[in-house]
Design a protein around this ligand. Structure first.
Ligand SMILES: NC(=O)C1=CN([C@@H]2O[C@H](COP(=O)(O)OP(=O)(O)OC[C@H]3O[C@@H](n4cnc5c(N)ncnc54)[C@H](O)[C@@H]3O)[C@@H](O)[C@H]2O)C=CC1
Ligand SMILES: O=C(O)CCC(=O)C(=O)O
Length: 406
């Protein structure tokens, strides 16, 4: 995150003082979370919430449950949220949270107790005007429902707007589940248009088959793109003629959330998936999957980053030299936080929007953001990634200047 940030700051000519204001997170909270496991044993988990910036509005960002979660990762993810919200021009700052745990090896009861303990520990941080969490890797609607319930109990009233990505019955928004994958699709189509690629004659490979990957694959398929490969933690699966994405989703949902044993494609290695000669590669799993080690073998014409930070900074140059267009994470996956913003607005006005209105508005925001970043990349002669940072940093820095008060 910092390497791209430094580059964009140099191009923008930001002062040293502003550099440090933008670099250092506003708040970093680490908590110990004792939880009674089903066995009766008490295990203590470490949880984090980093608020990177609140200059544009309340901070916003998901909560990750994964064994690899650590403070450094959460700090980078929080800063990415600040830049992401600024790129799509929504009135939020950036934050991110997480707990180092393996939800795949925990029962629903254990996860619920962990979510409630985390929420209680973060009561001073969270709030509908302060800091608004949402789902990320390893969490979803169910966890957001428990979070809202625990927070509401502590306040003695129902506070829907404290969290987004909730189930619809609890005030969740129509379209939020598919929103990130939808935004990835809108960005991919906009980029394909620039490269004059016809979606109906194009192919894609998608890494990660969770919320973002599966929905992106399904929506790209709907727009004519042939999905030749998909993957998850269990492995990668290839079918030259195209994978039936709906069948793969149904299989996953009846197979403990995993694609393992999926019959509609042949198994390949995860590395093979990344180097397939497809038009569009969508990394939608986790960080640092495209690195110096494998960037040289990528044959896709474009990479559309569904995940946060899937490409290491060192790999950027190799990919740029190969002439591969990259639609960066802070632009490509911003559809999720955009519809989260709509959910928060609906909660606050106490009114529900139709799916048609939500999709129309989020598609417009994603297209406008893509066009602005594309124009900036032409103007500065830089990649879409650096252009997205320029757009975001410029907005946040100029807001600071207007607000003053240092
Ligand atoms: N859920 C959301 O609305 C948003 C998520 N993101 C980012 O998208 C990425 C994925 O998030 P979700 O889909 O929500 O998570 P998820 O937990 O729903 O799914 C993650 C998927 O990736 C797979 N996976 C994990 N590590 C892998 C690896 N090394 N190789 C192949 N597959 C692997 C898992 O098996 C699973 O299929 C994360 O980087 C997250 O930060 C970004 C914006 C919004
Ligand atoms: O929906 C949100 O508020 C945030 C989603 C998120 O964590 C992300 O965009 O990385």
């Amino acid at each position: 995150m910092m390497q791209r940030f430094d580059k964009a700051v140099q191009l923008l000519g930001i002062s040293d003082e502003m550099y440090h204001i933008l670099k250092i997170p506003r708040k970093q909270v680490i908590v110990g979370l004792p939880v009674t496991m089903d066995s009766g044993e008490i295990r203590t988990f470490e949880g984090y919430r980093v608020v990177h910036s609140t200059i544009l509005g309340p901070s916003k960002g998901g909560i990750r449950f994964d064994p690899g979660v650590n403070l450094d990762e959460v700090r980078a993810l929080a800063a990415w949220m600040t830049w992401k919200c600024a790129v799509v021009d929504i009135p939020y700052g950036g934050a991110k949270g997480g707990v180092a745990c393996n939800p795949r090896q925990m029962s629903a009861g254990e996860i619920e107790r962990l979510v409630r303990a985390y929420t209680t520990a973060m009561l001073d941080v969270f709030g509908p005007d302060q800091d608004i969490p949402a789902p990320d890797m390893g969490t979803g609607q169910r966890e957001m429902a428990w979070l809202m319930d625990e927070y509401s109990k502590s306040k003695g009233m129902t506070v829907q707007a404290v969290v987004t990505g909730k189930p619809i019955v609890l005030g969740g928004s129509l379209g939020r589940t598919e929103a990130t994958g939808r935004g990835v699709t809108v960005s991919a189509l906009a980029a394909m248009d620039k490269l004059r690629l016809n979606p109906y004659k194009s192919t894609a490979a998608v890494q990660g088959f969770g919320n973002v990957g599966a929905n992106a694959a399904s929506l790209l398929r709907e727009r004519g793109v042939k999905i030749q490969a998909i993957s998850d933690l269990s492995g990668a699966y290839y079918n030259e003629a195209g994978i039936d994405i709906e069948a793969a989703m149904a299989y996953r949902d009846h197979n403990g959330g995993q694609l393992e044993g999926f019959g509609g494609a042949e198994p390949i290695s995860s590395e093979e998936l990344l180097s397939l000669p497809v038009d569009v590669l969508v990394p939608a799993a986790t960080e640092d999957v495209i690195t110096m080690r494998n960037a040289g073998s990528i044959r896709a014409k474009m990479i559309v980053e569904g995940a946060n930070g899937p490409t290491s900074a060192m790999a950027d140059d190799i990919i740029n030299d190969k002439g591969i267009m990259v639609v960066p994470d802070i632009l490509a996956n911003a559809g999720g936080v955009t519809v989260s913003y709509f959910e928060w607005v609906q909660n606050r006005i106490g009114y529900k929007w139709t799916l048609e209105r939500i999709n129309r508005r989020s598609d417009r925001i994603m297209k406008d953001a893509f066009n602005k970043v594309y124009k900036t990349s032409q103007q500065y002669g830089v990649s879409l990634r650096i252009a997205a940072y320029i757009v975001a940093i410029d907005k946040v820095a100029s807001t600071y200047k207007f607000r003053g008060g240092f």
